[in-house]
Design a binder for this molecule. Structure first.
Ligand code: NAD
Length: 448
């Protein structure tokens, strides 16, 4: 068995939607599709398009008719390169959108990309993943490669795919092939080509690892193999826990810098000139999206069962969860220093997505910040090119401010700065609280 080996596919020459991919391995006999993607969200849809772009016949499956309609209408939140791929795919018989799980048995491989959130108590909510894997197991047929890419706890692929498939009578590694390979996509970030980001894969057996590697190499250029499903699952948890802990540290360091009258961004930029042993992380108003606020909780949840303590990770997640509340405290402090209380003061939040250039509100700190500002008596508004309205965790519904100059904000909170954001409405007399630490072109800004 080959272990810890990196395997590279020949580089392609052109990265447009119409590039000519290297010849693909022959599909398994008897299957209409080379691969089925289950769950067409921020991860699954670009994955389906990447497979199609490399000459695979793709079944793109989602339970949501609404999501399929959004994709058909080309209104999904995608990078330009994926929009182009989608336009090509929608006109091609080798790309089939479906909501019918019966179609799964027509695919040589099935890749599961469904959400793995946490509930309001920060406990992993496996409902969606359990339903999706149960559906995949129910429709599994001999010869298929079944791969989980959703981030989850260590042992999840075994619990939700390998064991139930064995209970159905399949011999894993001979009849069907089970693997885990977490997705590493960074939605909204065009700097890294999805297909060029190496993938880590672990199989239930050596044969599973082998088949899963071939499946990944249909579109990615580099696959790193680890010796088990669990090692691959843990790799993803390390990646995102690493980010969480470092973001918590960056936030703490930013607070320390401010108390010493230093600009945190300047200090981070200076430290980042060191070519080794340092990686810059930026402080901010908190973390959002479907990874950093959630994934480390999958690990902590699992460790609680084992009675294993992880105090540093726990503390990082506590700090991260508290960050939006700190932003509101800081708003209060800034307004008090300006001689205005919170009550009735007009506060405009700029950018409510959890990060620039995505239309994704999941776990966005802005939602909590807006809610708490309202609770403390402020009159709030928001602007964000991606959203006309938002429902806050409290249930309050806010409509976007259409004329930010006319809103007359006494304080502007820079939360997320999309490339398209126009800050031209900010008047020199207006207070600006910069939670991005990077709004250097707003001279009157106060850093968080
Ligand atoms: N979003 C990211 O930045 C990112 C990056 C890397 C990894 N991940 C991981 O990838 C996984 C998927 O995340 P996402 O952001 O793409 O989720 P998402 O919410 O954007 O999309 C999930 C899709 O799955 C569909 N779905 C739910 N149940 C289904 C079922 N039973 N069958 C078919 N479709 C079903 C939903 O309708 C939805 O369209 C998560 O585990 C996440 O942690 C996410």
């Amino acid at each position: 068995m080959t272990t810890f080996e990196s395997i590279t596919r020949p580089q392609r020459t052109d990265d447009t939607a119409t590039w000519s991919a290297p010849p693909q391995p022959a599909a398994r006999a008897g299957f209409d599709f080379d691969v089925a993607i289950v769950g067409l969200g921020y991860v699954g849809l670009p994955t389906a398009l990447a497979y199609h772009g490399s000459n695979s016949r793709v079944l793109a499956l989602d339970v949501s008719e609404r999501r399929i309609a959004v994709i058909r209408a080309q209104q999904a939140d995608l990078l330009e390169v994926d929009q182009a791929r989608l336009a090509v795919a929608l006109d091609h018989p080798g790309f089939v959108l479906s909501t019918d799980p019966d179609d799964l048995s027509r695919a040589a491989a099935v890749i599961v990309c469904v959400p793995t959130p946490v509930d309001e108590h920060l406990i992993p909510d496996l409902t969606i993943l359990r339903a999706a894997t149960a559906m995949v197991v129910e429709h599994a047929v001999a010869g298929q490669v079944l791969m989980l890419t959703s981030t989850s706890y260590v042992g999840c692929t075994d619990d939700l795919l390998a064991k139930p498939l064995a209970e159905r009578g399949f011999t894993i590694g001979a009849d069907v092939f089970v693997a885990f390979s977490a997705e590493r996509i960074d939605p909204g970030n065009a700097s890294f080509d999805h297909d060029e980001v190496p993938r880590v894969v672990g199989g239930a057996t050596a044969e599973c690892e082998e088949e899963a590697t071939k499946l990944l190499l249909r579109y990615v250029t580099n696959v790193h193999r680890v010796r088990s499903l669990a090692a691959a699952e843990m790799t993803k948890l390390l990646e995102n826990t690493f980010r969480a802990v470092n973001i918590a540290l960056a936030n703490e360091f930013a607070d320390i810098c401010r108390s010493l009258d230093l600009n945190p961004a300047d200090v981070v930029d200076a430290a980042a000139t060191k070519p080794y042993g340092f990686m810059p992380f930026l402080a901010g108003p908190g973390v959002g999206g479907h990874c950093i606020p959630c994934d480390p909780h999958y690990l902590l949840w699992q460790l609680r069962k084992q009675r294993v303590a992880a105090p540093m990770i726990t503390q990082a997640m506590v700090e991260i969860a508290a960050r939006p509340h700190r932003v509101v405290d800081r708003v209060q402090e800034v307004l008090s220093a300006a001689g205005t209380g919170m009550l009735g003061t007009r506060v405009l939040v700029v950018g409510i997505a959890y990060k620039p250039d995505v239309a994704d509100l999941r776990e966005s700190p802005a939602l909590e910040i807006l809610d708490e500002l309202i609770q403390r008596g402020a009159t709030v508004g928001f602007v964000d090119d991606h959203f006309d309205a938002v429902t806050l965790p409290s249930g309050a519904r806010l409509t976007a401010v259409t004329d930010p100059a006319a809103f007359g904000a006494q304080l502007v909170v820079l939360h997320t700065r999309h490339a398209s954001a126009d800050l031209g409405f900010i008047e020199p007399h207006q207070l600006v609280l910069d939670t991005t630490y990077r709004g250097v072109d707003v001279p009157q800004r106060i850093i968080l």
